[in-house]
Design a protein around this ligand. Structure first.
Ligand SMILES: Cc1cc2nc3c(=O)[nH]c(=O)nc-3n(C[C@H](O)[C@H](O)[C@H](O)COP(=O)(O)OP(=O)(O)OC[C@H]3O[C@@H](n4cnc5c(N)ncnc54)[C@H](O)[C@@H]3O)c2cc1C
Length: 283
């Protein structure tokens, strides 16, 4: 059960993993996620479904090693198994022909933007993708994003590839050139999505964001993933993960993401003192 079939290092600390879970592969839809428990003492870790194959029964996950759970996952080799994989969770992305759709992906979440851009393209939207990373060596899924986009724009914080700046800067540049998108869809670090939604709000563009709060149960029972959208409390796992980006209380989300920082750091220190950084983690 839950066998790791393949593993690939995409960039330093970013790994792609195909896991055999036929029951999830069978019903997965763009925008949904799974909760993975790496081993029997492990935490529940939400990860987006990046791809899947219904005939072969696997799902593809792409993750950034930021703490103990994602590092434990990164240490799994093909042939080993994960303790548990629950899903598909969350609501699928609402896909229809809107016209021109801008799909924005930042950092490791560029992989999460891929099935969405593909789905929008499949129903004949004009898809303009904007992908950004801190530096060129951390930019993943460039060719895959290009293959499902009519236009692809790249940004890096340090200017080592594409436009120097953030995805929100590229969005402003496109809008200033006269682009009038029918929808902007975004996924990435919360500060990035906050910056992009400040732009969409200003220009009065319909915008959807896929949120990534701390999550425990993933099925609406605990409320750890609560966010404020349009002044109302919403559970991301059950009512999301996508919400109207122009209505999200970003500062609260960013604050809540840091709630366990002290404990996370302690756990990471203990873990690293036992296992080190792992030999294969540097691309
Ligand atoms: C719906 C959803 C989809 C996600 N998809 C992806 C993905 O495809 N790829 C990817 O790399 N990451 C994804 N994440 C984030 C990922 O779940 C966290 O990076 C992971 O849980 C961190 O666990 P850790 O033990 O390695 O790190 P920790 O040391 O526990 O935490 C490090 C950082 O991760 C955040 N974090 C910790 N636990 C959680 C949690 N349970 N849920 C969300 N954030 C957490 C913390 O705020 C902290 O900033 C997603 C999160 C959500 C909610």
């Amino acid at each position: 059960m839950y066998e790791v079939l393949r593993k690939k290092i995409l960039a330093p600390r970013i790994k792609e993993m195909d896991v055999y879970v036929p029951q999830i592969a069978k019903s997965a839809k763009p925008g949904q996620f799974v909760i993975v428990i790496p081993d029997e003492k492990g935490e529940r870790t939400p990860l987006t479904l990046v791809d899947w194959n219904r005939d072969e029964g696997w799902v593809r996950l792409v993750f950034l090693e930021v703490g103990v759970s994602t590092m434990k996952l990164g240490m799994k080799e093909p042939g080993s198994t994960l303790y548990y994989v629950a899903g598909p969770l969350g609501n699928p992305t609402h896909v229809e022909k809107f016209g021109t759709v801008v799909v924005i992906g930042g950092g490791v979440a560029i992989a999460a933007a891929y099935p969405i851009a593909r789905a929008f393209k499949e129903v004949s939207n004009h898809v303009i993708s904007v992908i950004g990373a801190r530096s060129a060596n951390l930019l993943i899924y460039e060719e895959l994003m290009r293959s499902v986009s009519d236009e692809l724009h790249i940004t890096t914080d340090d200017g080592s590839k594409g436009m120097k700046g953030f995805t929100s800067d590229a969005l402003v540049a496109l809008l200033n050139k006269g682009l009038k998108p029918n929808l902007v869809w975004m996924v990435g670090p919360a500060p990035m999505m906050k910056a992009c939604s400040e732009v969409t709000k200003k220009y009065r563009i319909k915008a959807i964001a896929s949120l990534n709060p701390i999550m425990v149960c993933g099925m609406g029972m605990c409320g750890a993933c609560r966010v404020k959208v349009g002044g109302k409390i919403r559970f991301t796992c059950y009512e999301g993960p996508e919400f109207d980006a122009n209505e999200v209380d970003w500062d609260e989300l960013i604050f809540r993401l840091k709630m366990y920082q002290k404990e996370e750091l302690e756990a990471l220190k203990l873990f690293l003192s036992k296992y080190g950084l792992g030999g294969d983690t540097h691309a």
